[in-house]
Design a protein around this ligand. Structure first.
Ligand SMILES: Cc1cc2nc3c(=O)[nH]c(=O)nc-3n(C[C@H](O)[C@H](O)[C@H](O)COP(=O)(O)OP(=O)(O)OC[C@H]3O[C@@H](n4cnc5c(N)ncnc54)[C@H](O)[C@@H]3O)c2cc1C
Length: 395
């Protein structure tokens, strides 16, 4: 018989091996992996419907989806993306085209539902409409007691916290938890964008100093236009739309925040771990965290299994070491881009365009491991040409 989620539970289980807090992608992937390894898992989501409210551009690399074991499915794929168009403040354009699709545009609610079905198929339980308000952990790191908003309680041997930007449990449990790296973002659904549906579009503008603006096409007509900014993101999103897509009109709107910091070194040991956005497992250049958070969620579940069943320590930290190095380097690049003047950005994009870096990046680049992909691309004759061109335009 098909098992159902998105129904509010009337009671909670008295105990479980692993409790997961948060039914976003990181929590769902971790729950599926822990259950697949034979642990008894219950996931709690405070909202009544998995995947809602939808606040995501849904741009995920195909290679990354493979890495987290998620097959492409018509149930959530809205569009295929073959490259990107990057526009500089003064109108220089750098276009990357690949001979095959490199990314999908996903409908986020359907994507999360797809992940929830995978978790159920692994025999995890999902209870929606349940907010965890606090948690007591025993000194020896062997048990936790979760407390819910209706006062009910659950004891569990392990706890995976995947609560996203709210971070309320993380702050309570981990002394010194601090992540002041969130940036408000507005995402508009627009009709009649008039841009190439096979490309993701990015604009650097003098009025978008905190982040770039983007348009991720859903199809020829519809697209997701996003602007993140410390101040007035909505006004800036309107302005970008008027300038770059003058015939378009708005048919939907959402507001949230994206993480633009380094990965956090906290919650990587013991029987209580952090995964996803709450752990800063996000590419700071783009705020994208589905693939990187998904890789870490699988590692966290492996760690919890090893810790609870085999008494092994340090598995999570070891498994994410390489990715964390990459995310820290990505954060440094994001900071460097944020501090660039319009003139430098113009020079960078012009040099990239004139050097032929596009072809090299389409072969050697990687949307999720951006620094590694960029380093591979620069270590080539084209890379050298790009660096020389950059020096010429800047000096
Ligand atoms: C506008 C926008 C566009 C984006 N575009 C992209 C993109 O194109 N590609 C990409 O890779 N990433 C993108 N991201 C980032 C991506 O959405 C996040 O990295 C991802 O959602 C993080 O997943 P998560 O599971 O860690 O957290 P979330 O998705 O935030 O899920 C956390 C869940 O925990 C629940 N919760 C919180 N506290 C509790 C509690 N106490 N009890 C029970 N439940 C609780 C919440 O209700 C929520 O469902 C975008 C983000 C935004 C805002």
């Amino acid at each position: 018989m098909e098992r159902e989620f998105n129904t509010k539970a009337t009671s909670v289980l008295p105990s479980t091996d692993v409790a997961v807090v948060g039914g976003g992608p990181a929590g769902l992937i971790a729950a599926a992996e822990a259950a697949r390894r034979g642990l008894k898992v219950v996931l709690f989501e405070e909202d009544n419907i998995i995947g809602r409210p939808e606040r995501c551009a849904g741009l995920y690399s195909i290679r990354g989806l493979e890495k987290i074991g998620v097959a492409l499915s018509r149930s959530y794929v809205q569009n295929l993306i073959w490259g990107g168009v990057i526009n500089s403040p003064s109108g220089e354009v750098f276009e990357i085209s690949s001979p095959t699709p490199v990314a999908v545009v996903a409908e986020r609610e359907a994507f999360d539902r797809y992940l929830a079905e995978k978790a159920l198929a692994s025999r995890a339980d999902i209870l929606v409409g349940r907010r965890v308000v606090s948690c007591h952990i025993d000194e020896g790191g062997r048990a936790c007691e979760l407390v819910f908003d209706d006062g009910s309680k659950l004891s569990s041997r392990g706890l995976i916290i995947a609560e996203g930007s709210s971070a309320s449990l993380a702050r309570r449990i981990f002394k010194g938890y601090d992540a002041p790296y969130w940036l408000p973002i507005i995402q508009l659904i627009v009709r009649n964008h008039g841009l190439d549906r096979r490309k993701a579009h990015v604009w650097f503008k003098s009025y978008l100093r905190d982040f770039f603006g983007y348009l991720v096409p859903i199809n020829e007509e519809l697209g997701k236009l996003g602007v993140a900014a410390r101040r007035d993101p909505l006004a800036k999103a309107y302005r970008l739309m008027r300038e770059e897509m003058p015939s378009s009109r708005i048919i939907g709107y959402s507001a949230h925040s994206i993480y633009r910091g380094p990965p956090l070194e906290i919650g990587l040991d013991g029987n209580v771990v952090l995964v996803g956005d709450v752990a800063g497992q996000v590419k700071a250049t783009t705020g994208g965290g589905i693939i990187t958070g998904g890789i870490c969620a699988k590692a966290a579940a492996s760690h919890i299994y090893s810790y609870l069943e085999e008494g092994r320590r340090g598995v999570y930290r070891r498994m994410v070491r390489g990715l964390y190095r990459e995310l820290r380097a990505t954060y440094s690049i994001a900071r460097a881009i944020d501090s660039m003047s319009d003139k430098t950005l113009d020079g960078l994009i012009k040099a990239a365009s004139e050097s032929g870096l596009s072809k090299t990046l389409s072969i050697r680049g990687d949307m999720d491991f951006q620094v590694t992909g960029l380093a591979r691309s620069l270590a080539s004759p084209v890379g050298l040409r790009f660096l020389c061109g950059l020096l010429r335009t800047l000096l």
